[in-house]
Design a protein around this ligand. Structure first.
Ligand SMILES: [Zn+2]
Length: 426
């Protein structure tokens, strides 16, 4: 299966049609029902139910039923103990049998456990290597910035790869000498870290020459993508990956497609006008911890255009962000989703460019933090947003302008977000 995955990922032209995708899913789930579900005490009696009739899952429910859902007989509390000990010691080798255990905090702050068998680890590596390896005949140096190491990611290491893990919990500065010495040919990191590295590279503090730059694990904004591409002189690829699996990745033309070769992804549409949806994932590659009818709280915007790459897997215009970071403005027909794209367009149309900005909705007030604003910028932005609200048929909320950027921690560095109503300090 790994070799097939590798070849598909590297040379496959993808599915030719929606019908092919559906046939592929039907066959894959027939196998999954027959071979995997009977091994899960939780799903054993449900193997005949349609996928959408299975219990709706999210991280909390998956964790609540973890011991019964997994097919390895692993007890949740024991797995949690092992994972927490690994986090504390930064020694990520422990396995239960040959199953690796990992811990995710996720953006919602709740801790989740995940499992990976050797077969799942090989499959993950095959997909990643197949898709993103620059040249197979050359030994690659991979720098991988992750919050926590895990045997899952170690599976990349072999004779063809020098693989270096950079722990996101260590201070950023401490990584730079080792990174410069490694001079990675493949650079894999969350968008926020790639942006920091790009700033450093642009300022002359780094001289990396990666052949591939891959943004993982969090939303890559167009601003950061542009910054990274300018600094490294190559296109940044994107792997949209959660604990629940690799949900989408860029094709060779740089467009995001859902990973429909490994998952079936249904849509919980939250806004009809844009088609914005939260994905509901059914993964037929995950045998240790089945992920079925699992709703994520990320919002994706579909792109209805077929991709010139020829693959019929659903294109994604962008990963909009977390569901509770969506801006909803009032309109005559009910709440209307205001996309990050609409806000960015209003900001991009300003007569003078900003250094940076934050748009934070708190209750009924939209706070606009403008870094490097010139005289007249506020008035121009007010006019721009009012015009946008008119076009969308909704009411412009009250605006509050601020200079510079709000104090924030790394995890909160989302340019457009929603925060609880609290007094704002200037
Ligand atoms: Zn494509």
């Amino acid at each position: 299966m790994s070799l097939t995955a590798f070849l598909h990922s590297r040379h496959g032209r993808g599915f030719a049609s929606r019908a092919r995708i559906e046939a592929h899913h039907a066959a894959a789930f027939r196998r999954f029902r027959a071979q995997v579900m009977p091994r899960s005490p939780f799903y054993r009696g449900m193997a005949d139910l349609p996928l959408e009739a299975l219990p709706r899952m999210d991280k909390a429910r998956l964790m609540a039923h973890f011991s019964a859902i997994n097919t390895c007989g692993i007890d949740r509390d024991r797995a949690m103990q092992i994972a927490i000990r690994a986090e504390a010691s930064r020694d990520f080798r422990p396995l239960i049998g040959d199953v690796s255990v990992g811990l995710s905090t996720g953006t919602s702050g709740q801790r989740g456990l995940f499992l990976a068998t050797p077969r799942e680890r090989r499959l993950w590596a095959a997909i990643m290597l197949g898709r993103y390896w620059p040249e197979l005949w050359r030994r690659q140096r991979v720098a991988f910035f992750m919050r926590a190491d895990n045997a899952l990611y170690r599976s990349l290491s072999n004779a063809l790869v020098r693989f270096a893990f950079f722990d996101l919990l260590s201070p950023f500065e401490a990584h730079l000498p080792r990174l410069a010495e490694l001079n990675p040919s493949v650079l894999i990191a969350p968008a926020r870290i790639l942006a920091l590295l790009a700033e450093r590279q642009a300022a002359g503090g780094l001289a990396l020459a990666p052949r591939r730059v891959i943004s993982v694990a969090e939303t890559l904004s167009p601003e950061d993508a542009a910054l990274i591409e300018r600094a490294f002189g190559i296109r940044v690829d994107q792997v949209y990956q959660a604990t629940e699996g690799v949900l989408a990745m860029t094709c060779r033309l740089g467009h995001l497609h859902l990973n429909e070769r490994w998952l079936r992804i249904d849509r919980d549409v939250i806004d009809r006008a844009t088609g914005a949806f939260c994905p509901i994932v059914h993964d037929f590659t995950r045998e240790s911890l089945p992920i079925l009818n699992y709703r994520l709280d990320d919002v994706l915007i579909p792109d209805p255009e077929p991709c010139p790459c020829g693959c019929a897997s659903q294109r994604i215009a962008r990963i909009e962000g977390r569901e509770d970071d969506m801006l909803w403005w009032t309109s005559a027909t009910g709440p209307r989703l205001v996309t990050s794209e609409a806000i960015r367009t209003a900001i991009a149309c300003l007569p003078q460019a900003l250094r940076d900005y934050r748009v934070i909705q708190r209750g009924a007030v939209l706070h606009l933090w403008l870094d490097g604003a010139a005289w007249g910028t506020e008035a121009a932005l007010r006019t721009g947003l009012a015009a946008m609200a008119r076009r969308l048929g909704c009411t412009l909320p009250e605006l509050a302008f601020h200079h510079g950027l709000p104090p924030e921690t790394g995890a909160k560095r989302r340019r457009i977000r929603v925060e609880p109503e609290t007094p704002v300090s200037r």
